[in-house]
Design a protein around this ligand. Structure first.
Ligand SMILES: O=C(O)CCC(=O)C(=O)O
Ligand SMILES: [Fe+2]
Length: 340
């Protein structure tokens, strides 16, 4: 990581040794936070270039909020399709409200993930996560921690339903049949992350998650009422204000490519948490079906014409997986690699 390079440049400072000692101590970041430390260990400090613009610089109201209640009436559907299309094109990030998932389910899911993280852990960054593969190789239910098992399984079902609704609208926004993207199997390849960002005493020196784009098709994100998520819009970082009852949707790199740049994946990051309350976020990623590494994806032929030629070359699922394994959360690496 860049932080490693910057920190290890300090003469006489052995970052790796300190990281190792910290790992061996089994205290974890949550343990540090709970112990009431006033300063964070040096190896967490990010380089000046990442720390210089942490504050949101934007004066805009925030990412678009789209009310899905009108879907019950067929008359409102074209208006909602247009709102989703515009948000996916210009922001790559939006919130949906009245999505059909009861607010009590959102609250229970957040409470369960919080309870999971209140158990003793050894997290090694300002972010601690529970990760569960839901499909195509689902975790055995017994493998999901008992404290949040029921809620994780239930959340997966709701997140899938919301993703399906939004994907249908996104298809229509591209002028395609509403089931077109489902053919790519995105609901069959999904993983669940239950993040916890403990209180950080020096939030100006580090980050929860560094800037990245999600690399799948679509992400459904549920957060509690603690701020921290920021989205890049143009050259500005915009705070995503918690909206009780809302769900955040963002476009991943794969969908940017498949839509031939009609939709965009936006860079986002999470600040270290300056609030005493832990920040909880629950993220479900939907990917194109990754079971067959030889399967080929790329800009949908239906979207291409002489005026709109392909902006990306096709790729195999194997190439996609390899890119993730080597590049990790490197923003837009897939988009850049495949650009013609
Ligand atoms: O915690 C959040 O709000 C965002 C997490 C995120 O961007 C990710 O897991 O990819
Ligand atoms: Fe992300």
């Amino acid at each position: 990581m860049a932080a490693a390079a910057a920190a290890s440049a300090t003469v006489g400072y052995d970052r790796m040794k300190e990281v190792k000692e910290f790992d061996n101590s089994k205290i974890g970041v949550k343990g540090l936070s709970d112990s009431g430390i006033a300063t964070i260990p040096k190896f967490f400090v990010h380089p000046p270039e990442t720390l210089s613009d942490l504050k949101s610089s934007s004066t805009c109201a925030g990412i678009p909020v789209i009310d899905l209640s009108g879907l019950k009436s067929h008359l409102d559907r074209p208006k909602i399709v247009e709102q989703i299309r515009e948000a996916a094109r210009t922001w790559g990030f939006f919130q949906v409200i009245n999505h059909g998932v009861p607010v009590s389910v959102l609250d229970e899911t957040i409470a369960a993930i919080k309870a999971f993280h209140e158990q003793p852990t050894e997290a090694a960054t300002w972010l601690d996560s529970l990760q569960v593969w839901m499909s195509p190789v689902p975790a055995k239910v017994e493998d999901i921690p008992a404290v949040c098992r029921r809620e994780v399984v239930e959340w997966d079902m709701h997140a899938k339903m919301v993703a399906e609704t939004v994907m249908e609208l996104l298809c229509e926004g591209l002028g395609l049949d509403s089931g077109k993207l489902k053919e790519l199997g995105y609901t069959d390849t999904r993983n669940f992350l239950g993040h916890c960002y403990p209180y950080c005493p020096q939030p100006d020196l580090t980050l929860g998650i560094t800037s990245h784009t999600d690399y799948g098709m679509l992400t459904v994100l549920l957060q509690n009422q603690v701020e921290g998520l920021q989205v890049k819009h143009g050259h500005e970082w915009v705070d995503v204000k918690p909206l009780h009852g809302g769900l955040i949707i963002n476009i991943g790199d794969s969908l940017q490519i498949i839509s031939n740049d009609e939709y965009t994946s936006a860079e986002h990051r999470v600040l270290a948490n300056s609030s005493e309350k832990p920040r909880i976020s629950i993220v479900e990623f939907f990917h194109a079906d990754n079971r067959d590494v030889s399967s080929i994806h790329g800009p949908l032929p239906e979207l291409l014409s002489a005026e709109k030629p392909a902006v990306y070359r096709n790729f195999t699922m194997g190439e996609f997986i390899e890119n993730f394994l080597t590049k990790g959360l490197d923003s837009k690496s897939l988009v850049q690699k495949l650009k013609l």
